[in-house]
Design a protein around this ligand. Structure first.
Ligand code: ZN
Length: 285
C-alpha cells in the first residue's frame, strides 16, 4: 500500500502569550486542504475543520477574537458553524485555545482536551508553567482525553497523541483520509517549539520538560515522513540561555539522529501547512 503524508504544522510563535496579537488575527481565505479537511484559521493561527455527514470537528478556536473569523470561513466554505459537534485543540495556549468558551457557546460543540492541558483550559490559562499571567475565558471540558484516545464522528477517526513539552498536554492529531483513491496520513502537529524563556534544565514548574520534548520528537519521528521534518526541526525555536544550552544541543543532536533514516525518501509525498506563514499554507509537495 502506498502511503502519503499530509503534515500540518501547528506552531506556536515565540512571542509572549497572554496578550492578544492582532497581527496574528487577520482573515485568510479558507480552503480545502485535502479530502474532508479544510483550513479555516487566520493568517497566522491554524484552525482546521473536518466535515462529516454527522457534523463537523473544529481543531483550534484560537483567540476569542478569532472565532468570528473562523465562523465566516466555515460559512464561506458552505458549511454551518452550528454544525460543529466537537471542538479540539493543539495545546492550551491562548492563541490556540482562548476561543474555546465562545466556540462552545456558539455551536454547542463538545470540547475534548488532553488530560494534562485540562486544568489550564478550565481555569482560563491559570496554571501554565511558563505564562503565569496568561488568562482567557475558561471553558468546561466535556471529555478528558488520554494518550492514544480516538475521537470519532461521522466516519472520521482522529487519534490524540500526547506530544508534551510545549505544554504538558500538547496534542498531535492524526487521521487517515482518501483522495482520488490514495490514502493520506494526516498529521497535525501540536507544536514542537521551545519558546523563548522556556527552561529545559532545572525547571521547577516542569521538571520533566526536556524528557517530554525528547518523547515528542521520538513520537514525531515514527510517523511516515519525508525531509519535511528536517525543515520542522530547523524552524523549531530553541532557547539559548546558558544553563541549558548544552542540554539543548544534546537533544537537538538526538533528534537529528532520529530523523536521519527518514530523510531522502522520495517515494513518500507530503503536504505541509505552516500556521505562521500564510504563503506556505497548504503547499502540496
Ligand atoms: Zn503555544
Amino acid at each position: 500500500m502506498r502511503f502519503c503524508l499530509l503534515a500540518v504544522y501547528l506552531a506556536c510563535a515565540g512571542a509572549l502569550l497572554g496578550d492578544f496579537t492582532p497581527q496574528w488575527n487577520q482573515p485568510l481565505p479558507p480552503y480545502r486542504v485535502i479530502s474532508n479537511l479544510y483550513y479555516v484559521g487566520t493568517n497566522f493561527l491554524a484552525s482546521f475543520l473536518i466535515t462529516t455527514p454527522d457534523g463537523n470537528i473544529l481543531i483550534n478556536p484560537d483567540y476569542e477574537e478569532s472565532v468570528p473569523l473562523i465562523r465566516k470561513s466555515v460559512e464561506k466554505l458552505g458549511f454551518r458553524f452550528s454544525d460543529t459537534k466537537i471542538i479540539l485543540i493543539s495545546h492550551a495556549h491562548d492563541d490556540h485555545a482562548a476561543g474555546c468558551a465562545l466556540a462552545k457557546r456558539l455551536t454547542g460543540g463538545k470540547l475534548m482536551v488532553m488530560d494534562a492541558d485540562v486544568a489550564e483550559i478550565e481555569n482560563g490559562g491559570a496554571g501554565d508553567f511558563q505564562y503565569v499571567n496568561s488568562r482567557w475565558p475558561p471553558a468546561k471540558v466535556d471529555r478528558v482525553l488520554h494518550d492514544g484516545d480516538r475521537v470519532t464522528l461521522g466516519g472520521a477517526v482522529l487519534t490524540a497523541h500526547l506530544t508534551p513539552g510545549h505544554t504538558k498536554g500538547c496534542t498531535t492529531w492524526t487521521m487517515e483520509v482518501k483522495e482520488n483513491g490514495q490514502l493520506y496520513h494526516v498529521v497535525i502537529v501540536g507544536s514542537p517549539n521551545v519558546n523563548p524563556g522556556y527552561k529545559l534544565v532545572g525547571n521547577a514548574q516542569y521538571p520533566q520538560i526536556a524528557a517530554d520534548y525528547e518523547r515528542t520528537f521520538r513520537i514525531l519521528a515514527v510517523f511516515p515522513v519525508t525531509s519535511s521534518w528536517e525543515r520542522m526541526v530547523f524552524i523549531t525555536r530553541w532557547t539559548t540561555n546558558s544553563s541549558s544550552f548544552g542540554r539543548e544541543v544534546q537533544i537537538r543532536s538526538s533528534i537529528r539522529k532520529a530523523i536521519r533514516p527518514l530523510l531522502g525518501n522520495t517515494n513518500k509525498r507530503f503536504a505541509m501547512s505552516y500556521s505562521h506563514s500564510s504563503n506556505q499554507a497548504g503547499d502540496h509537495c
